[in-house]
Design a protein around this ligand. Structure first.
Ligand code: BDR
Ligand code: CA
Length: 315
């Protein structure tokens, strides 16, 4: 039986780990068909995230990929960025040339809406790797698309690891908690990659050198990005390397058996400033609230890096 690649839209705020996720997707056409990439404000402001998305497509030698600019700020709150992690450009590390491929004229949110209306129902999966502003805006503006989405597989939140941008909240959810609240209440089947799992896919010398040893431009870029990106987590957590958060989303679509989680209820804190953006995850089933997400908790990290290195080698 021929297996069709899963159609996806990557919604992203690159970010070095977003970049690795996009490369993994573009290197895996038998598993995922990237219908388009929508940029959102997050790690850095929108003009940089849409530019970075195009740089990454060119690095993968896929300049025909459709890249759209989406929302430039969260639904209600002021934008919080993460240059302290990703550097001034969002992709600090190696020298990168300006992109030549065009930015599409259509707004990213309109692309999401039009694509979901055009493609058969339940055949398009959304892959948010940043704040959920574009996705929530699309759901609000076009409620008819809600029932047409196959799945949303997102990076965001935490339970056991609690927070990285505040003591209580993970960055993507914290930046736009109102948007996250809309997505988690939408009824769309959700798969969530929280810090609990992404903090288990850490780079180390051997893993980074394996990328460099590929001897290709994408291999060298991945090595240099992760070299840059890991200094932050090593200083903060004393960990061996950097977590490759966002590639977990794409790896899950390619090899779901690498991951394990629980179907649980997850709600978003939107009221208290102290715990704003916290993902209140009922991991232990202490309430009767119905499950709305597959919340991932563990991963085969060696399997993950073997897959990633193997796919980056193709570019
Ligand atoms: C998330 O925040 C960003 O800095 C990363 O790209 C990732 O999506 C991790 O909290
Ligand atoms: Ca991201």
């Amino acid at each position: 039986m021929t297996r069709h690649p899963r159609k996806i839209i990557i919604d992203t705020d690159p970010g070095q780990d977003d970049a690795v996720a996009i490369l993994l997707a573009l290197a895996s056409p038998e598993d995922v068909e990237v219908l388009g990439i929508t940029a959102v404000a997050g790690n850095v402001p929108l003009p940089l995230t849409e530019r970075n998305a195009r740089i990454i497509c060119e690095l993968a030698d896929k300049p025909e990929t459709l890249v759209f600019a989406g929302c430039d700020r969260p639904l209600q709150r002021a934008l919080v960025t993460a240059e302290h992690v990703h550097g001034k450009t969002g992709l600090d590390g190696p020298q990168l040339a300006d992109p030549v491929m065009p930015l599409q004229a259509l707004h990213g949110v309109d692309f999401i809406i039009e694509t979901l209306r055009r493609e058969p129902a339940h055949t398009v999966t959304l892959c948010p790797l940043g704040p959920l502003t574009n996705i929530a805006t699309a759901l609000q503006r076009a409620p008819d698309i809600t029932a047409r989405i196959q799945q949303i597989v997102l990076m965001g939140g935490a339970y056991f690891e609690v927070g990285n941008i505040t003591p209580a909240a993970e960055f993507n959810i914290y930046v736009d908690p109102q948007a996250a609240d809309i997505v988690f209440k939408s009824g769309v089947p959700l798969v969530v990659m929280p810090l609990d799992v992404t903090h288990k896919v850490l780079t180390n010398r051997k893993r980074i050198e394996a990328f460099r040893a590929l001897g290709t431009e994408p291999g060298r870029m991945v090595a240099e990005w992760t070299d840059f990106f890991e200094r932050f987590d090593m200083q903060k957590y004393g960990s061996e390397g950097a977590p490759l958060h966002d590639p977990c989303v794409i790896a899950y679509l390619i090899r779901p058996e690498l991951f394990q989680g629980r179907h649980i209820n997850v709600q978003i804190e939107t009221m208290s400033e102290l715990t704003m953006g916290m993902t209140v995850a009922d991991w232990w089933g202490v309430t009767k609230r119905p499950a709305n997400a597959l919340f991932i908790g563990s991963v085969d990290a060696d399997g993950f890096f073997a897959l990633l290195t193997d796919r980056i080698a193709r570019l």
